[in-house]
Design a protein. Sequence first.
Length: 173
Amino acid sequence: VSVLCEKSKPFIENKGILFSCKVPLENIFVNIDRERFFYAALNLLLNAAENISKNGKIKVSVSKTSKFVKITVSDNGIGMNEETIIRCTEPFFVKGEIPGKKRMGLGLTLAHHFAVKSGGRFKIKSTIGEGTSVSILLPIAETDKTELSVGSFSGEIPGGTFSPVEIVLSSLR
């Protein structure tokens, strides 16, 4: 998560958006597809950046419960009404036009699909005119942390091959 935040920060701030990343100072282990995780999280950031004006704010936060790690991307953008919240994970659903941009309507669809296929959850909270928070909850690995290392686990799970991912949490400076 911290690498994604660091790589995305210049792009987001270049659009005149205040960007912050708040994460606890500990490592959390999950068994997920790394590439799909990256694209799911990146889609959440890009979606937030598209639906916010200059002087807006985007915040990435990571927290955990006893069973899940929760990655949330929040913005103070235009927000969504209830119908849009219900439909926004449908493939190719696009609400509104952005001048000069061609939108496919797949960002939230892919993030939702990733969360569900990883055994997790996908949640959206939004209020028109106040912004949106989108969260991906991923199950924390049940294996003892000392047993996990990159390449030590490679199992077939319906939907693809998954391997352990260490989510390194650190604060941006």
